[in-house]
Design a protein around this ligand. Structure first.
Ligand code: 6PG
Length: 251
């Protein structure tokens, strides 16, 4: 049986998947601006959201939003300069941010110019404290966090067997990912799970096995992504290939 905590959107092809995800993104932005006066969203890196970012730059979406009330962050970052080919902020700039009228002061990239990645994590935590609205307990809260999922079950930069998985005191931390031989900065579980809404974009057959485990009730906790759940709703936008091992008869 599939978990009831999640809202699943399985689409037959990439175009309808991107459109469904873009419609949801737009609805969340409009809702947050109407209800709270602003929309605070963390973008994801990876390849899955690129076409969604393109869609959001089109008049059909971009003109429906007042970008002045939208604040944009990153959920994780590779510790390279923003103009490096691996930079998540660089990717977001190229595919989305350079093409929408969002004020530059509303952009909150993860800094990558400190000598130590840990210093950048501390700075970003301060940025979240400064700009994010607070929940009723005073905890900084995103309206929406966008995430992907790697074929090892990582999400943001929460990789299997890394220390950041045990980080419950900070909202942002640095993590050295051995298998990539590189430093990353990531939002931690407490920060992710305080978000009102989380949206995952997952494409491709290579994710289907893990996805089955993540979305199925009572499956053993094996992958970092399994411990992510938003405070209000967690949506999964999945293509048919990634959903191929889900047992629809037991929905
Ligand atoms: C990153 C990400 C990462 C990504 C997954 C999925 O910086 O790489 O934020 O968590 O979302 O690796 O990536 P794909 O969308 O390319 O499959």
């Amino acid at each position: 049986m599939l978990k009831q905590d999640y809202i699943l959107h399985v689409q037959p092809d990439t175009n309808s998947l991107n459109r469904t995800a873009a419609d949801y993104w737009l609805a969340q932005a409009i809702h947050s601006i109407e209800c709270y006066g602003s929309f605070h969203v963390a973008l994801t890196g990876g390849s899955s959201p690129i076409e969604l970012y393109h869609l959001l730059t089109t008049t059909e979406y971009a003109e429906k939003l007042n970008w002045q009330y939208i604040h944009i962050y990153l959920g994780d970052e590779r510790y390279v300069p923003h103009n490096h080919a691996d930079s998540n902020f660089g990717m977001a700039r190229k595919n989305l941010l350079d093409h929408i009228p969002v004020p530059v002061e509303n952009l909150h990239p993860i800094p990558t110019s400190y000598e130590q990645a840990f210093e950048a994590a501390v700075k970003y935590e301060q940025t979240l404290q400064q700009y994010l609205p607070k929940d009723p307990n005073g905890f900084p809260q995103f309206d929406l966090i966008m995430l992907g999922m790697g074929d090892d079950g990582h999400t943001a930069s929460l990789f299997p067997e890394t220390e950041i998985l045990q980080q419950f005191d900070k909202q942002v931390d640095a993590v050295y990912v051995q298998k990539l031989a590189s430093w990353r900065i990531s939002l931690t579980y407490p920060c992710l799970n305080h978000a009102r809404q989380i949206m995952f974009m997952v494409k491709g057959e290579n994710k289907s096995e893990i996805l089955k485990q993540v979305l199925t009730e009572n499956s053993p906790m094996q992958y970092p992504v399994q411990a992510v759940l938003a405070s209000e709703q967690t949506h999964w936008f999945i293509d048919q290939a990634a959903a191929s091992q889900l047992d629809s008869s037991s929905d």
